[in-house]
Write a protein that binds this ligand. Structure first.
Ligand code: NAI
Length: 724
C-alpha cells in the first residue's frame, strides 16, 4: 500500500486482518482525502485476498478511535462543490459497504472516543467492543454542528435501533454517551476494561461467528419498531415535527428537519437507496450557511476559548485547593456545588451556620436527584458533600487560595465581607465577585490587593450553565486573570474574559434583546407576535417571558443608574422606546414580573398561564404594521450591533469569546454561530449586514446606527475573526 496510507494492514497467521487507523500526519484520524484513498485500497485488497481472510478487526493507534469528518474541509466547501462533496461521500460509503458485505466477520475494537465518522465506521462493522477508556465518548453529534451523519450513520442507526430510538436517542440531539451507556442504548455490544481484553473479545467474536453479517443483510430483516409502511406507525408520524419542536424548545433547525426526513424516507427503501438519500440531505446541510456558522462556533471558537486564547500568557498554571464562597444563597450554593464537584474543598459562609447549611442542602438535593437517575454513586455523593464546610465565622476561610463572593447585590455589603476575610485567607488568594451589575473597578476599591480582585460572573442555575464571564477591573492583574481562567477550567466550565462596563458583556447585550422586544409592544405590536418572532428567530426563550423571569424592575434600576451616570458625566441620554411600557407595567399596573406574581404573563402558583390580556387592551394598536422579518431582525441586530460596540470599546477582545459567550450565556440563537458570526454569515456578508442596519436605523431609530468598526471592516472586505 502507498506510504501515505492512514490505515495499517496487519495480518496474523490465522488469517485475521487488523486494520489499524493511524494517520501519520495528524494527531487524530479524520475523514480526509488520505483516509478515503486508504479505505478504497483496503477494500480492494480485502476483496482480492478474500480467500485468505478469516475476519477483520478495525481499531486505532491513536488516543481516540477516530475523530470524524474533517471540519476544516467542511468549513471551506462552497455551494458549487455540492456534487463533488456528494460523490466523495458516496465513494467512501460504498467502500465501507464493500467491507461490511465481504462475507467474513468484521469487528470494531473501539479503543477511545468514536464520535461522528468514528462511530459510523464502527456501525459498518458487525460487532462493536468498546474500551471503557477515561473520557471516552460514543455518539453522532453532527446535529450539534448543523449537520447530519452522512457516512451511513442515519441509515445504520435506523436499521439497528428503529426509527424512533435512533432519532430520539442518537440523531436529533447528537447525544454523546460513555461506553457503558452506549451499550445500554444498543450502539455497542460489549465493553472492555483493558485494551487487551477489548482485542481478545474482538478476536473471540471472529472465532465464534465465521458466517457473520449485518442484521439488515439477513433474509427477512425488518426495521425494529416498524416503518411508515405500517399503518400504526404512520398514524404517529404526523406528530413527529411538533414533538421535535417541543423537545428542542423552539423551531427545529435545518439539521433536525433533514435528519428526520433522511430517517423516515430512508426507512422505506432498500439500503443502497437510503444511503443516497442520506448523502443528498447531508450535502444540502454541509453547503449551507447554518452548518458553517455552527462548526465555526461549536468547534473552532469553542476550542480557541477553552484552550486559553484570552488567558494572559506566561502565568504558571496553578490549581485551587480550597475556595471560600461568601453567601450561601441561590448563586453561592450553586457555586459551592460546582467547586466541590471538581474536587475542591469549599468553605461556604453565610450570616449564620443555619443559612450556610441551607446552602449546602442544595448540593445534597442535586446529588439525591443524580443518585435516583443513576448518574452518581452513594460514595461519590458523600465525598462531594464532605468537601463542603458550612460556616458563619470568617476565620473558617483560613488557608483559602480563592474566594468567590455571592452576597446581596450591594456595594457596601460586598466591601464589608471582603474586609472580614482578606487577612484570614492565603496572602495571595484570588478575590472574585459574582456581581451581576456592579462595576468591578469600584468593588475592588474595598480590598487591599486590587490587582488580585476580579469579576467571576456565573449564570443561573450554576450547576447547569456552562459559561462563566471573567471581568477584569482597571487594576486587575494578568496573574489574577490567568488564575481566574484556570479556576473556571478546573470546575469544567467555559470562561470568556471581558472588560469592565455596565452589565459587562453578557448582561449588557441581553438587555438590548429584551428592550427590543418591549419596544415592539410599545409600538403597538400584538404581544403574541412579539413572542413568536423571538421563537422564529431561534431564541430559546421568548422575549417577554424572559423579561418576566428577570423582573421588570431590574432593567429599570439599571437604566436609572445608567441615566444618572450619563447625566453626571454630561453625556446626552437617549430614552429607549421600551421605557414607557416598563414604567407603566410596574407603576400603573403593578406587574413587576414572575416573582411578583404578575408581569407580561399571568401566573397561577408561580406557573405561567397566558399573556396578560391587558397588554392588548393598553398597548396593541390595529394600525401597527411592522413586517415579521423586521421584528426578528431587530432583536438579532440590536444584540449583534452592541457586540461590535463592545469590541470597539475593548469590553471584548476576542471574537471567539463573543460568539461562545452569546450562545452559552445569553441564549443568542445557536444557528447563527454567535453574535459576530451572525454578521459574517449574513447574506451579502458585512456589507449586506451594514446595508440592512442602515435600513433598520432609518425605520426604527438611531440605536441601529452601525458602529465605525463595522463600517471599516466592511470597507476593507474583512470579517470578524480572531487574529491567529
Ligand atoms: P441571594 O439573595 O439568593 O443570596 C445572597 C446570600 O448572601 C444570602 O444567603 C444572604 O444571607 C447572604 N449574605 C448576606 N450578607 C452576608 C454576609 N455578611 N456574609 C455572608 N453572607 C451574607 O442572592 P443570589 O441570587 O445568590 O445573588 C448573589 C450575588 O450574585 C448578587 O451579587 C447577584 O447580583 C449575583 N448574581 C445573581 C444571579 C442570579 O441569577 N440570581 C446571576 C449572576 C450573579
Amino acid at each position: 500500500m502507498a506510504a501515505s496510507s492512514t490505515i495499517r494492514w496487519e495480518q496474523d497467521d490465522t488469517g485475521v486482518v487488523t486494520l489499524v487507523l493511524d494517520d501519520p500526519d495528524q494527531s487524530a484520524n479524520t475523514m480526509n482525502a488520505a483516509f478515503a484513498a486508504s479505505l478504497a485500497a483496503v477494500a480492494d485488497r480485502l476483496e482480492a485476498e478474500r480467500e485468505g481472510v478469516r475476519g477483520v478487526v478495525v481499531t486505532s493507534a491513536k488516543k481516540t478511535f477516530f475523530a470524524g469528518g474533517d471540519l476544516h474541509d467542511l468549513l471551506a466547501v462552497r455551494p458549487e462543490q455540492a456534487q463533488e462533496l456528494f460523490d466523495r461521500g458516496m465513494a467512501m460509503k460504498r467502500d465501507l459497504r464493500r467491507i461490511e458485505t465481504l462475507g467474513v466477520p468484521v469487528v470494531a475494537a473501539i479503543n477511545g472516543a468514536a464520535l461522528g465518522g468514528g462511530l459510523e465506521i464502527a456501525l459498518a462493522c458487525h460487532h462493536r467492543v468498546a474500551l471503557d477508556a477515561k473520557g471516552s465518548r460514543i455518539g453522532l453529534p453532527e446535529a450539534t454542528l448543523g449537520l447530519l451523519p452522512g457516512g451511513g450513520g442515519v441509515v445504520r442507526t435506523v436499521r439497528l435501533l428503529g426509527i424512533t430510538d435512533a432519532l430520539l436517542n442518537v440523531l436529533l440531539q447528537g447525544q454523546q454517551y460513555r461506553p457503558r451507556a452506549a451499550m445500554d442504548k444498543g450502539l455497542v455490544h460489549e465493553v472492555a476494561d483493558t485494551p487487551e481484553e477489548m482485542l481478545a473479545r474482538a478476536r473471540a467474536f471472529v472465532d465464534a461467528h465465521p458466517e457473520s453479517a449485518q442484521p439488515w443483510d439477513a433474509k427477512g430483516y425488518r426495521i425494529p419498531g416498524g416503518t411508515p409502511a405500517n399503518p400504526k406507525f404512520a398514524a404517529n408520524l404526523p406528530a413527529f415535527p411538533a414533538n421535535l419542536a417541543k423537545q428542542l424548545g423552539g423551531a427545529p433547525y435545518p439539521a433536525q428537519r433533514n435528519i428526520l426526513a433522511a430517517a423516515v424516507e430512508g426507512a422505506q427503501v432498500d439500503f443502497e437507496t437510503a444511503q443516497v438519500i442520506e448523502s443528498r440531505y447531508f450535502t444540502e446541510l454541509a453547503t449551507g450557511r447554518t452548518a458553517k456558522n455552527m462548526i465555526q462556533a461549536f468547534f473552532f471558537d469553542m476550542q480557541a476559548v477553552n484552550a486559553g486564547r484570552s488567558r494572559p500568557a506566561g502565568v504558571e498554571p496553578r490549581k485551587v485547593r480550597k475556595v471560600g464562597v461568601l453567601g450561601a444563597g441561590m448563586m453561592g450554593a450553586g457555586i459551592a456545588y460546582s467547586c466541590a464537584r471538581a474536587g475542591i474543598e469549599v468553605v461556604l459562609k453565610d450570616v449564620s451556620v443555619e443559612a450556610a447549611e441551607k446552602g449546602k442542602a442544595y448540593s445534597a438535593g442535586l446529588l439525591d436527584k443524580a443518585l435516583a437517575r443513576g448518574r452518581t454513586t452513594p460514595e461519590e455523593r458523600d465525598a462531594l458533600l464532605a468537601r463542603i464546610t458550612p460556616a458563619a465565622d470568617p476565620a473558617a476561610l483560613a488557608g483559602c487560595d480563592a474566594v468567590i463572593e455571592a452576597v446581596f447585590e450591594d456595594t457596601a455589603l460586598k466591601h464589608k465581607v471582603f474586609q472580614e476575610i482578606q487577612d484570614v485567607v492565603a496572602p495571595d488568594a484570588l478575590l472574585c465577585s459574582n456581581t451581576s451589575t456592579l462595576p468591578i473597578t469600584s468593588l475592588a476599591e474595598g480590598v487591599a490587593r486590587q490587582q488580585d480582585f476580579i469579576g467571576l460572573h456565573f449564570f443561573s442555575p450554576v450547576d447547569r450553565m456552562p459559561l462563566v464571564e471573567i471581568i477584569r477591573g482597571d487594576r486587575t492583574g494578568d496573574e489574577a486573570t490567568a488564575r481566574a481562567f484556570d479556576l473556571v477550567r478546573q470546575i469544567g466550565k467555559t470562561p470568556i474574559v471581558v472588560g469592565d462596563s455596565r452589565g459587562f458583556f453578557t448582561s449588557r447585550v441581553i438587555g438590548r434583546f429584551i428592550n427590543e422586544g418591549v419596544a415592539l409592544v410599545a409600538e403597538g405590536v400584538d404581544p403574541a407576535s412579539v413572542e413568536q418572532a423571538a421563537a422564529q428567530a431561534g431564541y430559546p426563550a421568548k422575549v417577554l417571558s424572559l423579561m418576566d423571569e428577570l423582573t421588570l424592575t431590574l432593567p429599570r434600576r439599571i437604566r436609572d443608574e445608567a441615566r444618572r451616570a450619563a447625566e453626571a458625566a454630561g453625556d446626552t441620554w437617549e430614552p429607549h422606546p421600551a421605557d414607557e411600557v416598563l414604567d407603566r407595567m410596574v407603576d400603573e399596573f403593578g406587574r413587576p414580573g414572575r416573582s411578583g406574581g404578575a408581569g407580561f404573563y399571568d401566573y397561577e402558583d408561580g406557573r405561567r398561564t397566558r399573556l396578560w390580556p391587558g397588554l392588548r387592551e393598553h398597548f396593541t394598536r390595529p394600525d401597527t404594521d411592522i413586517p415579521f422579518e423586521d421584528m426578528k431582525e431587530r432583536m438579532l441586530f440590536s444584540e449583534a450591533l452592541d457586540s461590535v460596540r463592545c469590541l470597539e470599546e475593548g469590553v471584548l477582545t476576542s471574537v471567539a469569546d463573543a460568539n461562545i459567550g452569546s450562545i452559552l450565556g445569553i441564549g443568542f440563537p445557536a444557528w447563527t454561530g454567535g453574535v459576530l458570526q451572525y454578521i459574517n454569515g449574513y447574506p451579502g456578508g458585512l456589507p449586506g449586514f451594514l446595508a440592512r442596519a442602515q435600513e433598520l436605523r432609518a425605520a426604527y431609530g438611531e440605536r441601529f446606527a452601525p458602529p465605525g468598526l463595522l463600517e471599516e471592516k466592511a470597507a476593507r472586505g474583512e470579517t470578524f475573526t480572531d487574529a491567529r
